[in-house]
Write a protein that binds this ligand. Sequence first.
Ligand code: FE2
Ligand code: FE2
Length: 263
Amino acid sequence: MKILFFGDIDGKIGRRAVAEVLPIWKKEYSPDIIIANADNVTHGKSINKKHFEFFKDLGVDIFTAGDHTLERKETLELLEDKSFSILRPANFSGKEPGEGVRVFEISQKKLLVVSLLGRVFIDKELNSPFEIVDKILNKYSLEDFDAIFIDFHAEATSEKSALAWYVDGRVSAIVGTHTHVQTADERILPKGTAAITDVGFCGASDSVIGLDKEMIIEHFLTDKGFKMNIPESGPVQVNAVLIEINNKKAKKIIRLAKHINIL
Ligand SMILES: [Fe+2]
Ligand SMILES: [Fe+2]
């Protein structure tokens, strides 16, 4: 089976770029399941119903979460409704709406998807992703699925690398998101888990990780706060990975990156 996964889709420019690139990659790679990270879809924060439906129509089956998932009121209702396949991080305290781990049956494949949030440099009340992943993998076994897929949304390379080694052989793939910069360390770990530290994002290239670059420079010069100002046109990158899984183990992981111009 093949999973196509898009890193953080960031704002309108990111949505428009993915809408252009997704049909091309769908035709080229024939993925069985398409997953995308929903951290920044709607004006940089989480995802609303309209944008969920926009991507559902394009073929995205499941959305994983990030640090902004609970910051949009509208998303909270979507997390509660299972007809919207949007996860929140599994290692939030547990009182939040929705769930961070869910079983999906898509294209005649049984898949477990887990969304986790890192704790290093992320200022939120979170349980340890290491302890939570153990709880999840004690409850669900790879034996019972065609694949187990984890999106670990985290800032630190070290935390992402450590968790990948920790779950090697227990899941089919673990991908990193959140930094918005694609790393060139994709590999199959010795026990058959595909891993990459960060898939990269889908958003404005002439920016600071998706946001207006002048505003962010000003922020660093003056320590003033900043808004979610996202460029609306210009060069855009669409970053993703394609993972091939056979008999529950990853056989191949390739990085995909397309650069286009949005007018
Ligand atoms: Fe994030
Ligand atoms: Fe993000």
